[in-house]
Design a protein around this ligand. Structure first.
Ligand code: UD1
Length: 422
């Protein structure tokens, strides 16, 4: 397995282009199953998760071609040849569950392997199933698979989510576009990826109102057509690279960045003493003098502070002046980066869903282990500000969500290299 070696070497300067959002692309791709006409996605990120979704859709009979070095995905589901999403692919990526709603809506039947837990928590799919049941689907859990059917087709209904789920909102939204009648999604997720999905579905002919608010209303239509849609900017990659100059010092412009994608995060950077400025080309971030100040952070559904930036923010706060308290409210086990950061000299206490970070003057390079996607990149950021060399082992998680990380950070002056494993 590959490792990444980073050496702390001071301030960064330059520009980093931000890719299309992994999490948006992973829900836009299954939307192809809703129509027999082509769907073209531009601004797609080049990531292993996208290749996994490609393999899953191909196993269902979709044609998927990656063009322009993977930045354009041409998808076509003229015919759905298979309605079973197999364990072998689903186990690699939880977002595979997003084929359930579209398959059920188009074919009236679907079998999808249960994705199971993952390192950051149990992550059940009960809300996805309940939402589709509210649209008339019958669900059975058998042999590790969800067996779903809707013999007379899905019917519009009211889905009242007990708490906010991004994936369940996406599954329900896609399914509802082809259901008979009106569906109302209450307490829906408001993430930019949901807004992007709704915009793409509307381009395909869906009738949707209210995306970006907590109530989405969908008027089912008989069929959807083809569309071309640009994937929204990845706000998590954006926030991650905004933290690079915040941690190392210097000034970096993240191209394509928009503050409304990362509003709550920018407020915390501001409180920590980091300068953030919207430019014509993106977002410019600078730390020119002094230590970062401690700030408290609580993760919440959008528009709150994203859980997917919590690990990276912790890396920043390790060397802040004062004590910061980070509360993780979305996933129950998302502090696995804390013991790794402590190997680098960070002073962190974890108790349940709360991590208390006492800022230290400097981190020191060390061998560390990447435990999940966002944890991997938090260790790289920490290593860039540490004294000496940090070896981040097991970086395969990183390639799921960050394209060309060595190139992007290397171009702004970071000392970073990949070492191929056996
Ligand atoms: C998506 C993102 C992920 C991000 C998360 C929260 C993708 C591919 N992934 O994940 O990067 O960290 O949103 O912003 O878009 N839950 C249930 N039952 C369900 C569904 C969820 O209990 O049926 C729980 C989860 O375990 C978690 C919480 O609800 O504690 C929120 O999860 P959810 O918003 O569904 O996350 P994902 O869509 O899996």
């Amino acid at each position: 397995m590959d490792s990444i070696i980073v050496r702390g070497n001071g301030a960064l300067s330059g520009q980093i282009p931000i890719a299309g959002a992994k999490n948006a692309c992973l829900t836009l791709m299954p939307a192809t199953l809703l129509s027999d006409e082509p769907l073209t996605l531009t601004n797609a990120p080049r990531l292993s998760d996208i290749r996994t979704m490609t393999a899953l859709l191909q196993s269902l009979g979709a044609e998927v071609a990656a063009m322009q070095d993977g930045q354009v995905l041409a998808l076509s589901s003229h015919k759905v040849a298979n309605t079973r999403a197999d364990y072998d692919i689903v186990r690699k990526m939880r977002a595979s569950i997003l084929v359930l709603g579209p398959l059920l809506a188009r074919e009236g039947v679907a079998e999808v392997s249960l994705p199971g837990g993952c390192a950051i928590g149990a992550r059940p799919v009960d809300l996805h199933l309940r939402a589709l049941e509210a649209m008339g689907a019958e669900m059975e859990l058998r042999d590790g698979y969800v067996h779903a059917k809707a013999p007379g087709g899905l019917k519009g209904g009211v889905v009242d989510f007990p708490f906010v789920s991004v994936g369940a909102t996406e599954n329900a939204l896609m399914a509802a576009t082809l259901a008979k009648g009106t569906t109302v999604l209450k307490n829906a997720a408001r993430e930019p990826e949901i807004v992007d999905l709704a915009q793409c579905l509307r381009r395909m002919g869906a009738q949707i109102e209210g995306e970006g608010t907590d109530t989405i209303t969908i008027q089912g239509v008989d069929r959807l057509g083809g569309a071309t849609h640009p994937v929204v900017t990845d706000r998590i990659e954006l926030g991650t690279y905004m933290l690079a100059p915040a941690i190392c010092g210097g000034e970096v412009e993240c191209l394509g960045g928009k503050i409304d994608l990362v509003g709550a995060f920018c407020e915390k950077l501001d409180a920590a003493g980091i300068s953030v400025e919207q430019t014509n080309a993106g977002i410019k971030v600078a730390r020119k003098n002094g230590r970062v100040k401690a700030v408290d952070v609580t993760t919440e559904p959008f528009p709150g502070f994203p859980t997917d930036l919590q690990a990276q923010m912790m890396a920043l706060l390790c060397t802040a002046e004062g004590t910061s308290v980070l509360e993780e409210k979305i996933f129950e086990n998302r502090f696995m980066h804390a013991p790794e950061l402590m190997r680098m000299g960070a002073d962190i206490e974890v108790s349940g869903g709360t991590a208390t970070v006492h800022g230290v003057d400097r981190l020191k390079g060390a061998p560390v282990m990447a435990t999940d996607l966002r944890a991997s990149v938090s260790l790289i950021l920490a290593g860039l500000a540490a004294e000496g060399e940090t070896i981040v082992n097991r970086v395969y998680h990183l390639d799921r969500g960050y394209e060309r990380v060595e190139e992007k950070l290397g171009n702004v002056g970071a000392h970073i290299e990949r070492v191929s494993g056996q």
